[in-house]
Design a protein around this ligand. Sequence first.
Ligand code: ZN
Length: 410
Amino acid sequence: MLRRPGSGTRSSIAQPALLGKLNAYQVLRVLQPGQELSRAEIARSSGISAPTVSRAVESLLQAGLLEEMDAREAVPGRPARKLRLARISAQVVGVVIDAEECTVSVAGLDGRATSETVIRFATPPDYDELISDCVAAVGRCTSASNITTLGVGISVPGLIDARNNMSILSPNVPQTNGHSPAADIGALLPYPCVMIHETQGLCLAESRYGAARGRDDFALLDISTGIGLSVMDGGRILSGHSGLAGEIGHITVDLHGRQCGCGNKGCLETVASDTAMARQVGAKLNCHVTIEQVLAMARSGEYWPEEELSGLLDYLAIGVAAIVNLFNPGAIFIYGRLFELSDRVFQDLIERVRQRTLPPSFADCDIVRAQANKLQAAHAGIIEHLVDSVAPSFSAMSSSGTTKDRKPHH
Ligand SMILES: [Zn+2]
């Protein structure tokens, strides 16, 4: 049978490109944050040949994701230069857009902050002002050093249409509805900007830099202005049909409850979020208080919200029990400032969860506090994007149809 002219050429071009990406991905898997390895050590750990490792390292160095440590930093007697994820030659910027306040900071490609500076400003109610304030803050962060900036990650609360890169429904930051902060901020800056749902960002950050390192099946519950959930299933974030999975905050728990920002009544986040706590304490004290003021009053002993906390933890326990029963995760990492009040608050929640969960699923699930924060979530979002563009993770590749295999080797 005659071969179609040119078909051989096409596959022989495509294959090395794909193999190169797979090898780069393997190198990045070995070079975890905080690790410094020579090419020979990477070859030993990954099982890839030394020349192949050298080629993969070269492409990662060119992309700015890795850096070669100065010879002066190398261990005496061992001349091989070490490589690590870039942190003095390149950086990323994280922007967290939240209901009350936006925060901006820089980090290395290992996700660790490269500067103490965190820029904070009140979230403008006007969308255009929000965009220009974000751009100005990114400019202040990046002009503070000569480090090359590779991109900006923007953490946003609310639903994101991943296909069109749009914020479609944000009950707590409605000024972003129907807009694309990533496209609008990106249009004014010379590097790529990507948007990530804040809870998915927290889930990624927990998995890369926090307590979930090495885990493939876990959930992250975010209790702040609203309530969000992200589930890592087999090393992949469960996204749902259109990327909207995980909206546990908008499950009805009170049939005749308060109006929620989403349009429904009695959603979990109307009774179990920071916002709910602040509103209830405000009603008790007959004044407007923020969650920061509630935490400060509780810490100083001025007002301990015993009754409000008890009601909130009961509702929260229903949410956590649902996660355990539905997804059977190996662990749930819970992010929330309320637990800063005292260890007793978190223990109290776990006891209430135990009472509402199927015993075998509960027994097999560690419920612990999350370590990652929202700035790390924004950093993780852009780092994941940059890594995917050089060396796609297998979740990204299988969803784009490049390969059906999730992992190359075990
Ligand atoms: Zn709702």
